[in-house]
Every structure is written in C-alpha cells, then in structure tokens.
Design a protein around this ligand. Structure first.
Ligand code: SAH
Length: 389
C-alpha cells in the first residue's frame, strides 16, 4: 500500500498504542484518537501535540466513523468488567457498553476497517463481550489471531500478561495463517519459526530468566528533588492528616489509614512504617537486581497490596535477589514505591514521554496503570501490519 495506514485509536488514554505504533516503525498515521478522560487527553496532547476527541465513544455513529476512512482500528476498552476486582459483570457492566456499541457500528459502515487490534486483561477471552467481538468479526469476514503475552517474554522484568486480538480481512491476511483463529501464548515472531509439530503454544509467559535486572529501569537522579517539582496537589496524601491517607488493599476493600505523613518528614516515594507493619507480609518486594516485578495497576500508591511491587533501596541488604524477606526486617530495607517514570520505563515508554506539571502523582500512577506495555504491543502491531510475501 502506497499511502500510510490510516488508524483510529479508541480509548487512547496516554497513548500507549500510538507509542507502540511508532516503536514498530509502521508507516501509519493516527487520524483520530478518542477518550472521555480529560486528564488522559491532557497527557496525550502534551506528548503528541494532538488532543484526542473528548467524548463518549458510545455516541459515535457509523457515518461519522466512515468519514475517517480508517484502515485499522486500535481499541483498549476498559478492563474492569473482566477483572476479578471488577466483579466480572462482563457485558452487563456499563463500562462494556461503548465497546459493544462500536463493534456493532462496524456492521453498518460503508468502509469498515481492514484490520483491528484489541487489548484487554486476561479473562476477556472467556467473556460474553469476547463472544460478541468474534461474532461481529466473523460477520465481516475477519480472521483473528489471539495472544496472551507478558513483557517478561520480551526481556522486560515485568509481569503484565494481557490478552490481544489481532484481526484482518481481505485483501489482507496474516503472515502465518496456520495460527488463524487460535489463542497463542508465544509471540508471533517465535511462532513463525516453528512448524505445526512444535510446542509453540506453551504457556511460557513467565520467562524472567532472560530479562534485564530492574536496576536498568530505575531513575538515577535524587528522588527527593522530585518532591518540589511534582506539584503535589493539596488533596494528595502527604501534606494532610491521617484522614487524607488511603493506603490499603484492593482485595479486602478496606481502606487503611497510613498515619500522619508530613511532606517534610517522609520523601514522597518512601513506604511509611505504619504500612509496612500492617501490610508487610502482603507486599510484593523486589530488589534492584530482581528480574521480575508485578503488574502496576491504576491503584498503585493508593493501596499497597496487589497493585504493584515495592523496591528495597538499602544498600546493606545481603539477601539473595529472589529471597522473601521477614516482615520484621522490612523496616530497615528502606522500601519505596517505584516512581511514575520508572513505571513508564517498565511499560517501555520512550524517554521523551512525560506528564504536564498539573497532573498529580496519583493521576500519573492511575493513567500509567491503565496503559500498556510498548515492548509487547509494538511487535504485535508489526506482525499485524506485515503482509505475506
Ligand atoms: N491504552 C490506553 C489506556 C486504555 S484504558 C493507554 O495506553 O493509556 C481505557 C481508557 O478508555 C481510559 O482512558 C478511559 O478514560 C477510556 N474510556 C472508557 N470508557 C470510555 C468511553 N465510553 N468513551 C471514551 N473513552 C472511554
């Protein structure tokens, strides 16, 4: 194809899909992005110089979408309907409505896209919404290849398994049609090297042995200096009373007060002692030399259990990297939160990605937690846009 691919980016957030497109080196142009969240759109505009269409995707019409004459659609709809925490209400969940609506619009378009890329949480592949997605795609003559992949499979010390659906329709087709209409657990490049007798579908999502250490993803500048330039807003945790603090755990739905934390006493990324005492045994603790950390969710920094890893900063700890420390010894380990820049690094965002100064620390974590791994999505997009030779 001579002209660049024309792409629509739905649920664009802070632009993880667009960064992946750039990283993949595809001749493609995001002709429009769509997101309802104005903070996310601020960040997107700050980095890409284009403000996404700010509105509910549910209100779009087939005629409006036709006008874009897009070849490809990228979609990362809200994942809460399919997560354990989200109670798995699935397509009955109001947050699934816009996705189903837009899928059905494709059936009424004069120029529906030729290829599609969907990202979501693991669990989506067994949902009602997934069934509806596949039904619509079949009606329009798409073939699909589905993947569950984690950054760990791409050398990044970060466990974030996610579901991806790649879909194409004539005149396009996949480089390796053997995997049409299958769900795969290995990246497409590796599948390409294998024939049908190979165990290409092994669930080797946990391959941290060949990952770089976390150390390579850490900020080197003095983190205390960030405190002053972060523009921490008045309702953030660190300058208020204990009533402002809401660390705890998503799992039990209990909000735990972190105690009085003064902006002057505790650097913003330090995990307060009161939290270590209460939640130490439930924390995922990693070292700079570790080759794996847990998925950062949008509640990281507000809650400590199940929302992402915490980092040991003490130089004196002689534990083996993967050894689990005693809770009683945690206090000396000088635990801290990963910074937003470090989360962005683990998401393989480019070095020039940054936040406008009015985005608060919590908002940064929330936006990053909703985003995606460029290290995983870029090769998938590369494969999606590659045509058989
Ligand atoms: N891939 C994105 C994040 C996707 S998270 C990134 O890289 O950042 C889902 C996004 O969908 C959120 O930003 C949310 O604001 C947006 N969203 C959810 N429902 C929406 C709707 N009905 N219309 C428009 N945007 C919506």
């Amino acid at each position: 194809m001579e002209e660049p691919w024309r792409i629509l980016e739905f649920y664009s957030g802070i632009g993880g899909m667009r960064y992946s497109l750039m990283k993949a080196g595809i001749r493609g142009e995001v002709v429009e992005a769509f997101d309802i969240n104005d903070r996310a759109n601020d960040v997107y505009e700050h980095n890409f110089g284009h403000r996404p269409f700010q509105g509910n995707i549910q209100t779009l019409t087939a005629a409006e979408l036709d006008k874009y004459r897009a070849h490809a659609w990228f979609l990362s709809p809200p994942c809460q309907p399919y997560t354990r925490q989200g109670l798995q209400k699935d397509s009955a969940d109001a947050r699934a409505v816009s996705f189903i609506k837009i899928l059905e619009l494709m059936l009424h378009m004069l120029h529906p896209p030729l290829s599609l890329f969907v990202e979501n949480v693991v669990g989506f592949e067994v949902s009602d919404t997934h069934k509806q997605l596949i039904n619509v795609l079949l009606k329009l003559g798409f073939v699909t290849q589905e993947y569950i992949l984690s950054p760990l499979q791409f050398g990044i010390p970060y466990s974030r398994p996610r579901y991806f659906c790649l879909a194409k329709r004539e005149p396009l087709s996949f480089q390796n049609p053997f995997f049409n209409n299958k769900l795969l657990w290995t990246p497409p490049e590796r599948n390409l090297l294998m024939d049908s007798n190979n165990h290409s579908n092994e669930r080797n999502v946990e391959m941290q042995f060949f990952c770089e250490p976390i150390r390579n993803f850490l900020e080197t500048q003095n983190l205390r200096d960030q405190q002053d330039c972060l523009g921490i807003d008045s309702h953030d945790d660190f300058n208020g009373s204990s009533a402002d603090s809401e660390y705890g755990t998503d799992d039990v739905g209990e909000e735990v007060k972190g105690g009085t934390i003064s902006k002057n006493d505790v650097p913003i990324y330090t995990v307060p002692l009161s939290l270590i005492e209460r939640w130490g045994s439930a924390m995922d603790i990693v070292f700079p030399e570790s080759k794996r950390c847990c998925c950062f969710t949008k509640s990281y920094y507000r809650y400590v259990k199940g929302t992402g890893s915490l980092l040991v900063t003490s130089q004196n700890i002689k534990l083996e990297p993967e050894e689990k420390p005693e809770v009683s010894s945690l206090k000396e380990k000088a635990l801290r939160f990963f910074t937003p820049r470090e989360v962005a690094n683990l998401h393989s965002f480019p070095a020039d990605f940054n936040f406008p100064s009015h985005i608060s620390l919590r908002q940064r974590y929330a936006l990053l937690g909703n985003s995606l791994s460029v290290a995983v999505v870029a090769p998938l997009l590369h494969y999606l846009f590659a045509e058989p030779t």
